[in-house]
Design a protein around this ligand. Structure first.
Ligand code: UT7
Length: 336
């Protein structure tokens, strides 16, 4: 048996900064409301006038950095796991585009569709492939282009102000020492709440021609919908459960956590979890202030920044936790 270990991390965010005040161009909102409820100050939105970025392109850019930092080349990678809710195309997924963009050999590529939990699900998939000995180096990418699909109006403001674009990537490599690396991952779902945070159409449940035919100005089925307070209430419970499950599995106490990287859904959720687990400001990494909620990209971007800033050291117990649409949630316990 082997373990998997993160050997390289990378991130990419579009250049275009959109501040809370900038959003007033499209909707009735305020910097005060957004900061008070979410902690967000600004986010990155692809500017199609000045940039060719797409979900796959951003993912490939982050991946390139992660591969270099792992001391590897694209030819060392055995498999791609690509997590997103906003693929360039309805099908195929983004993984195959990364294979093409990075000019990789014809290695396998799988897409993970678990929204905010996408990176943890992807990490878990990669970890299993490595633990069984099938692959040696697996690329895990989380990337999102939200800005193209958000409703830029007062009607959509409760969702639109929250989400941002960006990508993060990690290289997972075989580790012979099974006391380090990814110690365990924990995945959960509860599909009965699928509609509470969802985008209905276009899909096989609501094809494009049905949407066009209705031509209903009130139809918002092709914009993301979120029952904010309902999601919030479930998030705080499930985040905690997933962290406790991970700690218990590894005989760790909350005092053993050196760094918690929560999915960046809302600064208030992170602060609630921080308080609940009695963690100091240096034990929880947040960057939602600068990027908003980047869904599958949020954990790998935060992990990359925490590592770049020297906040994660060898031997640290690093905890990743996420909750989101599905509902899906999960955690990963890593001995760095
Ligand atoms: O990443 C996946 C998981 N996601 C989450 O965990 C998100 C969980 N939910 C949340 O973070 C919060 O519910 C939100 C930040 C989305 C919303 O905050 P809230 O405190 O739940 O606000 P609300 O939706 O209940 O809206 C309160 C008021 C409403 O006005 P009235 O009806 O009280 O007059 C909204 O119309 O705030 C209004 N509002 C806004 N006002 C200014 C909603 N969005 C905005 C806005 N600017 N952008």
């Amino acid at each position: 048996m082997y373990n998997s270990r993160i050997t390289g991390l990378g991130k990419y965010v579009p250049e275009n900064v959109v501040t809370n005040d900038d959003l007033k161009e499209w909707m009735d909102t305020s910097d005060e409301w957004i900061q008070e409820r979410t902690g967000i100050q600004e986010r990155r939105w692809i500017d199609p006038e000045t940039s060719d970025d797409t979900t796959s392109i951003m993912g490939a850019k982050a991946a390139k950095i992660a591969i270099e930092r792992a001391g590897l080349t694209k030819d060392d990678i055995d498999f791609i796991v690509f997590a997103t809710l906003s693929p360039d195309m309805y099908f195929p997924g983004g993984g195959v585009r990364v294979q093409e963009l990075l000019e990789m050999d014809t290695i396998g590529a799988i897409d993970v569709r678990n929204q905010c939990s996408g990176f943890i699900y992807g990490l878990s998939v990669a970890d299993q492939f490595i633990k069984t000995g099938m692959y040696k180096h697996v690329l895990v990418i989380g990337s999102e282009n939200h800005s193209g699909g958000l409703e830029r109006s007062t009607r959509g403001r409760a969702v639109t102000v929250i989400f941002g674009d960006g990508a993060g990537a990690a290289v997972l490599s075989r580790e012979e020492d099974t006391t380090r690396g990814v110690l365990s991952t924990h995945l959960h779902s509860e599909g009965k709440h699928a509609k509470e945070l969802s985008l209905e159409g276009p899909s096989t449940g609501r094809w494009v021609d049905a949407i066009m035919e209705d031509n209903d100005p009130e139809d918002v089925s092709y914009y993301p919908y979120m029952n904010g307070q309902f999601v919030f209430k479930h998030a705080v419970v499930r985040f905690s459960e997933a962290i406790i499950e991970g700690l218990k599995t590894n005989n760790l106490q909350k005092e053993d956590i050196d760094m918690l990287i929560p999915h960046q859904a809302n600064l208030r959720i992170s602060q609630f979890i921080q308080k609940k687990f009695g963690l100091g400001n240096d034990q929880v990494y947040n960057n939602i202030m600068r990027y908003g909620n980047t869904t599958a990209a949020s954990i790998p971007i935060a992990l990359t920044e925490a590592w770049e800033e020297g906040k994660i050291k060898e031997g640290d117990n690093v905890v990743l936790a996420a909750f989101g649409s599905g509902f899906t949630w999960g955690s990963a316990i890593i001995k760095w």
